[in-house]
Design a protein around this ligand. Structure first.
Ligand SMILES: Cc1cc2nc3c(=O)[nH]c(=O)nc-3n(C[C@H](O)[C@H](O)[C@H](O)COP(=O)(O)OP(=O)(O)OC[C@H]3O[C@@H](n4cnc5c(N)ncnc54)[C@H](O)[C@@H]3O)c2cc1C
Length: 456
């Protein structure tokens, strides 16, 4: 059997990027629970992928909200909405080595963003990103609406330095989705095994020893978990790394008592929907072609909602205070974990959402949107409306947070050779859609591994 220098668990956004950037003289094994070729769709039909095997299709523990996440090579980047944006630089302060400026080389390394400022943006990275070339008339009217009521126009809303409204970059190339797997793989020194669910990390004397997937055991001195915010926290707990009391209650022997699964958070998403007076043309892209950052709120225009002639002004809380948790339902790997993002559990988040609702309605009432505006929605009790309308923006982070579960070098506290390098390590969510940040984390993780290899 081939021996590997590194095993990477989970071939999503982070896993594909980490594996692809491993040193050329090292061999890596990338293990993915889902298919090698998950179902795909045109960018404007992204939502249809939720109904396929490319989605784990989790729900919140109380069963009320859908929590899609990608399953298959490409992970969530193969089913996501393709927005490519960094959070504002002020939203990255995760500890030594993890400010926006520290991450900038890795953001740049991941992308080719033609037409943007080459000092700020990448010019030779694997992901080719660009804004919508054909501007959808409703998205264009949405941008006008923002300017009409005094929001600034952002020259590069994906770059991380500006607030305001503009056309974000999208992971769409020649009319097709581009996942992180499409951009980074294959690589000669990386073997990919798909349909392989890792159900245990093996450890010996405070060191990682390998992983078990399906009926197979792989020995390896270096394991990098990139199974995502849900998958990495689930796997660590199944392997005895987590809150000791919870693990003992399930009969799982405790290897390391760490707050794995806590600090789960996400961007809560809300909307105001309007009937349109005229047919809304089909989008050629992803339907989220203009976004705007205003303080702790992001606004986005959905050019077309697939139920009749309706458009939405969506808004999301970019700096949520609410924190939830992920726990195992049982010690059986095949049982889905209990996921409770605890949206709006901190009252400050409801206050921000109320502000967002007022701001979204102000955008909706502008002259710029008058030609489209049909019936204005009746909101009634605003707090009740927001609770009812709430959905996930699918940006789950934080369950293996830097500083409490992993050190700044991404090593799990107490277990040598075991690292986590995906969305789960983000201690405090940045103010944008998370994919670009996750890929930058993965790029930095690979650089750390490669430096360590050189220095022995
Ligand atoms: C529907 C949706 C829309 C989104 N839209 C956007 C967007 O437009 N822009 C944006 O920036 N972000 C978006 N996001 C968020 C973004 O895509 C994610 O934050 C990012 O992809 C997470 O990367 P990751 O590597 O942490 O996890 P993932 O990409 O989810 O990868 C985890 C991988 O690990 C595999 N895995 C899990 N458990 C195991 C196991 N035990 N054994 C083996 N393999 C395992 C999974 O199958 C998966 O392939 C969206 C997410 C979703 C779900």
């Amino acid at each position: 059997m081939t021996s590997y220098d590194y095993v990477v668990v989970g071939a999503g956004s982070a896993g594909c990027a980490v594996a692809a950037r491993l040193s050329r003289d090292a061999r890596g094994l990338l293990i993915e629970a889902g298919s090698a070729k998950p179902p795909t769709a045109l960018p404007r039909l992204a939502w249809s992928l939720y109904e396929t095997s490319a989605n784990w299709a989790d729900k919140t523990a109380d069963g009320t909200l859908d929590l899609p996440r990608g399953r298959g090579v490409g992970g969530s980047s193969a089913i996501n909405a393709m927005v490519w944006a960094r959070g504002h630089r002020s939203s990255y302060d995760w500890g030594p080595g993890w400010t926006f400026d520290d991450l900038l080389p890795y953001f740049r390394r991941s992308e080719t963003a033609a037409g943007r400022d080459p000092v700020l943006r990448g010019t030779a990275g694997p992901l080719t990103v660009s804004p919508a070339l054909h501007q959808h008339p409703l998205a264009a009217a949405g941008l006008e609406a923002a300017l009409e009521i005094g929001h600034p126009e952002a020259k590069d809303v994906s770059g991380g330095l500006e607030e305001g409204f503009g056309w974000p970059d999208l992971c769409i190339v020649d009319g097709q989705r581009q996942s992180v797997a499409d951009a980074y793989l294959p690589q000669d020194n990386v073997d990919v095994v798909a349909d392989a669910f890792v159900h245990r990390i093996r450890m010996r004397n405070g060191r990682v020893a390998g992983v078990d997937y399906n009926d197979t055991t792989v020995d390896c001195p270096q394991v990098i978990l990139t199974a995502g915010t849900i998958g990495s926290a689930q796997l660590l707990q199944l392997s005895g790394i987590g809150p000791a009391d919870d693990l003992r209650a399930l009969g799982i022997p405790v290897v390391e008592d760490l707050p794995v699964g806590e600090n789960l958070h996400d961007h809560a998403l809300f909307s105001v929907k309007y009937d349109s007076t005229r047919p809304v043309p089909e989008s050629l892209y992803n339907g989220i072609e203009v976004i705007g950052l205003a303080g702790d709120l992001q606004f986005l225009y959905f050019a077309r909602i697939p139920i009749g002639e309706v458009y939405g002004i969506y808004f999301s809380l970019m700096a949520p205070h609410s924190r939830g948790r992920l726990r195992l339902a049982s010690p059986r790997p095949e049982d889905r974990p209990l996921i409770d993002p605890a949206y709006l559990s901190d009252s400050r988040d409801m206050e921000t959402a109320l502000t967002g609702l007022d701001m979204a309605r102000a955008l909706g009432a502008t002259r710029a949107l008058a030609p489209w505006r049909g019936v204005e929605p009746g909101i009634g009790d605003a707090k009740a409306y927001l609770r009812e309308d709430l959905s996930s923006y699918y940006h789950y982070v934080g369950t293996c947070a830097m500083g409490s579960v992993v050190a700044p070098d991404l090593q799990v506290y107490g277990i040598e050779g075991l690292r986590v390098a995906d969305a789960s390590v983000i201690p405090d969510i940045p103010s944008a859609n998370t994919n670009a940040t996750v890929v930058a984390i993965a790029e930095r993780a690979a650089a750390l591994l490669n430096d360590e290899r050189v220095s022995g």
